[in-house]
Structure formats: C-alpha cells, structure tokens
Design a protein around this ligand. Structure first.
Ligand code: SF4
Length: 377
C-alpha cells in the first residue's frame, strides 16, 4: 500500500466522497487514477484537465486526446479546463529562464492546482489531488507545499499520495508502454522545450508551423492524425503498433526571392538548401519546363508545371501559401526533377519565370529526428 501521509490527508478509504484530480498527461494519470481507485474504492473520481502551460496548442490537444482515451477506458468522468495560455504566461513572467523544478515550476503548479481547487469549490467537491505527484520529474515536496497552502486557503483537503514508492515508477512506465499511451518528450511549456532542445543541440521543431498548415514529417499534427487513427482501429478491433524511425528532417525558417529589389511570391520545395543562405544568381536555361540557375544547383519551376505534375489546380502562389500541399507529393516532385531520393538542391516554385537576374534567400535546417509510425497488422 502506498504512503498516504500528507499534512491535509483525512479521507477514509471507505469514504463515498468525491475527489477532483488535476490531470497533467495520460502517462501520469493512467497509473495514478488506478492506484487512487485502489486506495479509495468507494470514492467518486473526477478528472480535471487544466494545463494552459502546454505549448503549442496542438501538443495540448494531443495530450488531452490521450487523457480522454485513458479516462474512457477507466470509466472516469473528465472535465476539460480552459486553455488560458496568456494568463499562464503572465503568471510565470520574470521566471522564463529558470531551470525545471525551479521557481517557474512552482508558479506553474500554483496556477494549475489553484484552478483545480476553484473547480472543486464550484462542483462542491471536498478533496483535490494532482497526477503531477506521480511524475518522476516533479518534486513531490514542492507539490505538497503548494497543495497544503491552497487547501488552507480554500478550506478543502489536498491528498498527496506517493505512488512512486515501492517500484511505482517502474510499474507506471510499464503500464504506459503496454497501454500505448502518448509519451511526450518535454514537460510542456515553451521555455522548458527550448532549453531542453538547446542542451541536446537539437531544433525545437515543435515550435515550427508552416502558414499553409502542411503536415510535415514528425510534426505534432502528424502524431495527432496517428493517435486519432488508432482510436478508430481500437474501436474496430484491429491490431496496431507505434514504431519509431530515425530520419533526416527539414524545416524552412525564412525564405524570399527578389527581382530588381522587389519581392516575388515563391515557394521552396522541402529539402531546398543554400549553404550561404543568400545568393545573387541568374537563370541560364530552360529545359522541359525546368529553369536552371547558373550556380548552387538551383532550379525554378512554374506553378503550371507543379499543377500538371501533381494534379493540382492552384491559380496563384498566394493560393499555395494558404493551402497545404501533400508532403509526399512535394517529395515526389523533387524526386522527379532531381532523379534522386537524397537531393537537397534548391527547387523554387514561382508563378512565372519572366526574369533573368534574381536574389534568393533560404534559411533552412536539416536535422536528425525521430518519428513514430503507425503500423497496422
Ligand atoms: S517545466 Fe513543466 S512544470 Fe515547469 S513551468 Fe514548464 S510546464 Fe510547468
């Protein structure tokens, strides 16, 4: 039996009371809720997902989706809190550079646990706890201080069981694997994410999102699609696995094309790289609808060429900016032009190649990445 000692713990295991559980993610909650149910088999459990710290919003949606799946399987009611990201930002202002477990985290717990106490008051629930208590990356002592203080302020009880003890953490991770829960690889906020990626010397690719909302490899939207699909598979009784694969990813950060000092609409195909980023070149020849520049292996194609090869009917580059091009089609076009699966030549789509001299800037990054593929049996 887990240690239930906490300053404010008073609930009897045979109580029929209701407990409001603040939920941070499925990996923590799936285990925590089952342990809590074992300790309080007669109590009613209500989950409360209130995590405006999670950034970007798509990551928030993904974590929520997985918590919904978990609560459904455990037959536990779930309430979604408000995603008031701006007020969370204001709440931790001045502590952006703190390390994990530092002052920013204390404020972050304050914000989330306090809102849970408010929710409990609103619902007439007397007991509050949080699944953060089971997260090995969080300080249980820090959480107890926050919870006990709020319990006094709101005249409610804070339950702070330590389910990590006696192999709890190992059991939790085994369960997460068996249940194929979404295992996020950063705590949640943009500050921790940026710091973690800087330390790993990796791109915080979660923070990139093309304006046309194209689903790029390894992006959060791709994961959401996979996790939605797995719910359908489970409902229809099909077997599946998530398997990881390492690959070279690409993101364009900024790009422009200038002719006579004026910016023209342009769209660099994925994996377009210019070593020096900015170069002045000229169009040298046109062979079968591909316009070759004098250096950098750079090529232009017109929108009509893209439409014909990929069966699209874009009327202008501006339309392409706001309509996602299917990624695999974009790669197919590159392969068609370059006759290679590993080409990084800049290939740029424009409305018309009616210019000779031009200046081009492409700030792009190629980096090692890992993605999860959904394999259906
Ligand atoms: S690192 Fe985690 S706990 Fe700390 S502030 Fe960021 S989201 Fe909150």
């Amino acid at each position: 039996m887990s240690d239930l000692k906490s300053k404010s713990y008073t609930l009897h295991p045979k109580s029929f009371d209701t407990i409001l559980i603040h939920i941070c993610c499925s990996v923590d909650s799936h285990f925590f809720l089952q342990e809590l149910r074992e300790v309080y088999p007669k109590a009613k459990l209500i989950g409360f997902f209130y995590d405006p710290n999670i950034h970007p919003y798509s990551e928030y949606k993904l974590r929520l989706m997985d918590v919904e799946r978990s609560c459904k399987s455990l037959d536990i009611e779930l309430i979604e809190g408000e995603y008031d990201f701006e007020s969370w930002l204001n709440g931790v202002k001045g502590y952006e550079n703190e390390p994990e477990k530092g002052k920013r985290c204390e404020l972050c717990f304050d914000i989330r646990v306090e809102r849970s106490f408010k929710k409990a008051k609103e619902l007439g629930v007397g007991y509050v706890t949080t699944t953060l208590l089971t997260s090995p990356k969080k300080s249980i002592e820090q959480l107890r201080v926050v919870g006990d203080k709020l319990a006094d302020n709101y005249s409610l009880e804070f339950l702070s069981p330590d389910f990590r003890k006696n192999g709890g953490t190992q059991k939790q991770f085994l369960m997460a694997k068996e249940e194929k829960l979404y295992h996020q690889n950063y705590c949640g906020c943009l500050y921790a994410l940026k710091k973690q990626r800087d330390m790993q010397n990796k791109e915080a690719s979660e923070l990139f999102m093309p304006i046309n909302r194209q689903i790029e490899p390894g992006c959060i939207e791709e994961r959401i699609e996979n996790y939605k699909k797995r719910v359908e598979l489970e409902e229809s009784g099909r077997k599946y696995e998530f398997v990881k694969s390492n690959f070279l990813n690409y993101r364009v950060l900024r790009a422009y094309l200038k002719v006579d000092g004026k910016t023209l609409p342009s769209y660099p195909l994925s994996y377009s790289v210019i070593k020096r980023k900015k170069v002045k070149l000229r169009v040298e020849k046109d062979i079968n609808g591909i316009f070759y520049a004098n250096r950098e292996s750079l090529k232009f194609i017109e929108l009509s060429y893209l439409n014909e090869k990929l069966s699209y009917s874009f009327e202008s580059l501006k339309e392409l900016y706001f309509t996602p091009l299917e990624y695999k089609k974009e790669l197919f076009l590159r392969r068609e032009i370059e006759k290679s699966d590993f080409s990084t030549s800049p290939i740029v789509v424009v409305d018309k190649v009616n210019f000779e001299k031009f200046e081009i800037y492409i700030d792009a990054t190629i980096f090692e990445d890992v993605r999860e593929n959904l394999v259906i049996f």
